[in-house]
Design a binder for this molecule. Structure first.
Ligand SMILES: [Mn+2]
Length: 431
């Protein structure tokens, strides 16, 4: 066991739960068998589905009003990786970590060695030009009025160089993609020329794309508003798609579930991006009102299911796109480790439910315009309790049948609380 979770703990925790799980799994297996579906085949597909955790997610988040730090918060990237390893060892769904530069800046050799020791790898890199970095001698200029779309060419140059530095760090630690989200925009009509700002952004993104290693991808992440409240340079999937098309073969769109207009049909956007070959990846989270960054699948699990329904529907097209699946959340009132374990499980749940939709029947009802039976067939997948499949996938990979209960029993939080004195103002910011 690479993390500091006691190696016997998971086994001791699983022992009394195994028999009940086996019974529940057999019952669900019988039910699926009647439909000609092999539960073991579904479990294998679910076990093969991984989602990356964000390094910034293991610290307590915050709002623009306040941040309430939790005990034992990681003080830097190496302690963040320790926490990420705990999440993966218990949940067995999150073998990779998505880093944020410069928050996680460190010697790449040390990052790589630490991750390898913990059984972790690195997913897409995230650059940060939405805040100033007074301690970074390579970024003396302010991003107050933008970064890649700034009116001043020197600021744009600095932002391009920061992205290329992020790529260089990523290349040294085995990452293969860069996610670019900028906070650029305006607060007042007339403040910014909407057309020129986008042109400047495209020019800067082209420079970054030209600097990518041959086997890398670049993801443009849109967001409707915040921190800018009148206009945002990359505000919706249309602008993100235009960007990806202009940048060429290495460029794709990243869908953050919280970055859309209220009530927008996200699964339809996913379908379009699959169709056009420009779906690059996801930032999973859930929301009620805006970019709330709540735990995935906890507010609107049906929407998460519908997103995965489109992914399963995409079939071989999706295999070719090989999207990066990442979580992007802010944990304000829960233990971040527990939230990330749960979110990864909810994401797998949506995937398993989508896999269990009777797709041939669905297509038939769609062709025959039987709205009722098409809707019922889709919902039949969502109504299934697939927890035995999720638990079995974890168990067979060496994880915990009930990972949150196992985490609480481990005493890990109390242990690190003693080792990690609270620091003021550690990185919050969520994109
Ligand atoms: Mn995001």
């Amino acid at each position: 066991m690479p993390s500091s979770i006691d190696s016997g703990l998971i086994e001791r925790h699983n022992a009394p739960l195994r028999e009940t799980l086996d019974r529940d799994y057999a019952t669900l297996g019988e039910k699926l068998d009647r439909r000609g579906v092999s539960i073991d085949a579904v479990t294998r597909q679910v076990a093969a589905f991984a989602v990356a955790v964000p390094s910034w997610g293991v610290g307590t988040g915050g709002t623009r009003f306040a941040r309430f730090p939790g005990p034992g918060e990681p003080r830097g990237i190496f302690e963040k990786l320790d926490d990420c390893a705990v999440i993966n060892d218990l949940g067995r769904a999150t073998p990779a970590v998505s880093l944020h530069i410069p928050w996680d800046k460190a010697d790449p050799a040390d990052l790589k060695a630490k991750a390898e020791a913990l059984g972790l790898a690195f997913d897409a890199m995230n650059s940060n030009t939405f805040q100033d970095h007074p301690d970074d001698p390579r970024q003396p200029l302010s991003y107050k009025f933008g970064s890649l779309s700034h009116t001043d060419a020197a600021v744009r140059r600095q932002a391009v160089e920061h992205n290329l530095e992020t790529v260089a760090i990523g290349e040294a630690i085995g990452s293969k993609a860069l996610t670019v989200w900028i906070g650029d925009g305006s607060n007042f009509a007339g403040q910014s020329d909407l057309g020129r700002a986008f042109e400047r952004y495209l020019g800067a993104m082209k420079e970054i794309t030209r600097g990518l290693p041959a086997d890398w991808r670049i993801f443009s992440e849109h967001k409707m508003y915040e921190p800018a409240f009148y206009s945002t340079v990359v505000q919706d999937w249309g602008t993100s798609y235009l960007t990806a098309v202009e940048l060429g073969d290495k460029a794709f769109c990243l869908v953050d579930l919280g970055h859309h207009a209220p009530n927008v049909n996200i699964e339809q956007i996913v379908s379009r991006l699959v169709r056009t070959g420009k779906l690059g990846g996801f930032h999973f989270n859930d929301s009620k009102y805006g970019d709330d960054d709540l735990d995935a699948g906890t507010i609107d699990p049906f929407r998460l299911f519908l997103v995965f329904n489109e992914l399963v529907e995409a079939g071989v097209r999706l295999d070719a796109l090989n999207p990066s699946y990442m979580i992007d959340q802010s944990h304000n009132v829960t233990d971040p480790i527990e939230s990330l374990i749960r979110s990864a499980n909810e994401i797998r749940r949506a995937y398993a439910q989508a896999l269990l939709v009777d797709r041939a029947a669905l297509h038939g009802h769609q062709e025959n315009n039987d709205a009722m039976m098409a809707s019922e067939t889709l919902k039949a997948g969502f109504r299934l309790d697939v927890e035995p499949i999720l638990a079995k996938a974890r168990l067979e990979a060496g994880g915990a049948i009930d990972p949150i209960a196992a985490f609480r029993a481990s005493g890990y939080r109390a242990k690190v609380a003693g080792e990690r004195p609270a620091v003021k103002g550690s990185g919050g910011g969520i994109v």
